[in-house]
Design a protein around this ligand. Structure first.
Ligand code: MF3
Ligand code: CO
Length: 260
């Protein structure tokens, strides 16, 4: 079911969006060579507690994962791109890290992800991150009232195809509200002018993710959660929760007002 939010409800969603934005910025800044993924999770947990927020991940047990997730943040490193379950691993120089984080505050969810390189970057990794960010920006710009979900999908796909990347549509964006994953699904590839109408009050997460040289994923059989590229190539992922308003899209998890 697709639910539309009133402008007052969208205002009520802002604290969750702001907290998710601030927390991702903090955790990204604190992640250095040697930082353990379990440390990032513990720190995220502490920030959640301090804010009186509620994790969307801890007890989450969807069909695409094995049992409750058990942690409050996804930490996907290198060939891991989505749903990276934190484990005892110290980040190394040049690692490509994605943090994906969702909480609710006052009953409203916000969901966002950021990719970055720790230490000395490889040019190709910076380029992949820049491409996912540009695809996210294009998807957001296409999220206009009067349009269709396919407008967002097509805008994302155009950026990926422009870089010669292939696209996996098994995991993509989604409605966001009282729960993290709702309708409509927002595939990272599709046709403009098709799909569900974008109406003022629709709140969605848009989340392009790409791998260097494949669009195939495999589930890590050690944890039943982490999604890795099938060929070992690295991946990047950028996600924001946005509200479509009569005046256009509003990014609820915007980090640009922070130092970056
Ligand atoms: N936040 C992720 C998404 O972007 C979903 C993570 S599910 C988890 O939709 F259980 F792995 F945390
Ligand atoms: Co999401």
């Amino acid at each position: 079911m697709i639910e539309l939010r009133t402008p007052a409800e969208i205002d009520e969603m802002r604290p969750a969006g702001r907290f998710v934005a601030e927390t991702l910025a903090t955790l990204r800044d604190e992640t250095r060579v040697g930082t353990n993924l379990l440390q990032i999770d513990r720190r995220a947990h502490e920030l959640i507690r301090r804010a009186g927020a509620e994790s969307c991940y801890l007890d989450y047990a969807p069909s695409f994962g094995s049992g409750p997730f058990g942690y409050v943040i996804c930490t996907s490193v290198n060939d891991a791109v989505l749903h990276g379950r934190p484990y005892d691993y110290a980040v190394k120089d040049g690692d490509l890290v994605t943090l994906d984080f969702a909480v609710s505050i006052d009953g409203w969810v916000a969901d966002s992800a950021v990719s970055f390189v720790v230490g000395t970057p490889r040019d190709e990794d910076l380029k992949l991150i820049e491409t996912t960010e540009r695809a996210l920006d294009a998807g957001i710009a296409a999220a206009q009232p009067g349009g269709k979900v396919g407008d967002i999908s097509a805008a994302i796909a155009a950026v990926a195809h422009g870089e010669g990347l292939s696209i996996n549509t098994d995991f993509g964006g989604h409605g966001v509200g009282r729960t993290m994953h709702g309708d409509p699904h927002i595939p990272n590839n599709g046709r403009a002018g098709r799909g569900f109408p974008l109406k003022p009050g629709l709140v969605v997460a848009i989340e392009p993710w790409f791998l260097h040289t494949t669009d195939k994923l495999v589930t890590d059989d050690r944890d039943g959660w982490t999604l890795r590229s099938a060929d070992g190539s690295r991946g990047a992922h950028s996600e924001h929760t946005i509200a479509i308003t009569a005046d256009g899209p509003v990014v609820l998890t915007d980090r640009s007002f922070l130092s970056q």
